[in-house]
Design a protein around this ligand. Structure first.
Ligand SMILES: Nc1ncnc2c1ncn2[C@@H]1O[C@H](COP(=O)(O)OP(=O)(O)OP(=O)(O)O)[C@@H](O)[C@H]1O
Ligand SMILES: [Mg+2]
Length: 311
């Protein structure tokens, strides 16, 4: 869908509020129409109630590859949407895995996070509906890899995403930013734009490797660019109960980081790994599998931890 055709589509006044009882609100057939609700200049028809939303922006980051960042963005996003929250996932990885995993073919991606970060388009211009009611996506394409290079010499190069989001904030409850596996300028932009950072940690021998570098980077971002950045928490992923090592790693991480670690653990589950090849979150692919249940649980825990939401 092009940006223009999105703008021509009917405005989404009756936002799709899911039921509060989890995955029952997730229906693949309910593809939404119309642009993401927002505060942007072309959204002046939005209801007053809509204007009161103040999105919590969470960067999902870990420079280690393959630890479950994208899987967590897609499935935590889906589970939050299933509780009735409006959620936007910004795919900030040139690999575009979040876009693929949500079933958006490359040919349909059009403008995306590259244009957003460069200030060439607002979030509303570059956001597509997903098959999940209440879940939206700003896709990415390989052009995003150029942004890393182009930003190097730009003034205030860490602030581009923050500026773009603040210019026309999306009218959602949560923005989840799926970061690439690097601590380059894209991830820095995500950390500077975010209210909080969520770190997936794979339950394997090297889980803690590189984590001190990530924590130092977060501290540096707090000191230099974004003092209010919070730690949303660490999520243990791909936990295998048949493997003692998973337990040892989980214990080790909890000893080091205590309450910062979510109680919910995401198990290694083949349904979770199959779902992206069907272009679906696992909650749509198999709502009863252990992976879906874990992400529903994680969403519940995150909502409870979030001080703005009463427990
Ligand atoms: N709980 C799980 N059970 C089984 N497989 C999983 C699980 N979580 C993630 N995977 C699989 O592990 C691989 C890596 O996951 P994912 O793409 O989410 O990691 P990532 O951190 O986003 O990777 P990258 O750093 O490349 O962006 C994928 O093939 C995914 O399907
Ligand atoms: Mg990824």
């Amino acid at each position: 869908m092009s940006a223009n055709s999105m703008r021509d589509a009917p405005k989404l006044n009756d936002r799709q509020a899911g039921s509060a009882n989890g995955a029952s609100a997730v229906r693949a057939s309910d593809r939404q129409s119309g642009p993401i609700p927002g505060h942007g200049p072309d959204q002046d028809g939005a209801a007053d109630e809509a204007r009161s939303r103040n999105a919590r922006i969470i960067a999902i980051a870990n420079q280690k590859g393959g630890v479950g960042k994208t899987t967590t963005a897609i499935n935590l996003g889906t589970a939050l949407a299933a509780t009735g929250k409006q959620v936007l996932i910004i795919d900030l990885d040139p690999q575009g895995n979040a876009s693929t995993g949500l079933g958006i073919p490359r040919a349909n991606r059009g403008k995306g996070s590259y244009q957003l970060i460069h200030g060439e388009a607002t979030v509303q211009d570059v956001t597509l509906p997903s098959t999940v009611p209440g879940l939206w996506l700003t896709p990415s394409a390989v052009d995003l890899s150029g942004a890393e290079v182009e930003l190097v010499t730009a003034p205030r190069r860490e602030y581009y995403l923050r500026t773009a989001i603040r210019k026309a904030p999306p009218d959602v409850d949560y923005v989840l930013i799926d970061c690439p596996p690097a601590l380059g300028l894209l991830t820095l932009n995500a950390l500077v734009a975010a209210d909080a950072v969520l770190v997936p940690l794979q339950c394997e021998f090297y889980a803690l490797e590189g984590l001190s570098h990530l924590m130092r980077t977060i501290e540096r971002v707090k000191k230099a660019y974004n003092p209010s950045l919070e730690m949303q928490g660490m999520v243990l992923t791909m936990y295998d109960r048949r493997n003692n090592l998973s337990d040892l790693v989980a214990q080790d991480v909890r000893e080091h980081f205590g309450a910062q670690v979510f109680t919910t653990v995401i198990p290694r589950n083949v349904r979770v790994s199959e779902a992206p090849s069907h272009g679906k979150p696992v909650l749509l692919y198999d709502v009863n599998c252990a992976g879906s249940k874990a992400y529903i649980h994680l969403a519940g825990e995150l909502l409870k931890r979030d001080s703005r939401v009463p427990a």
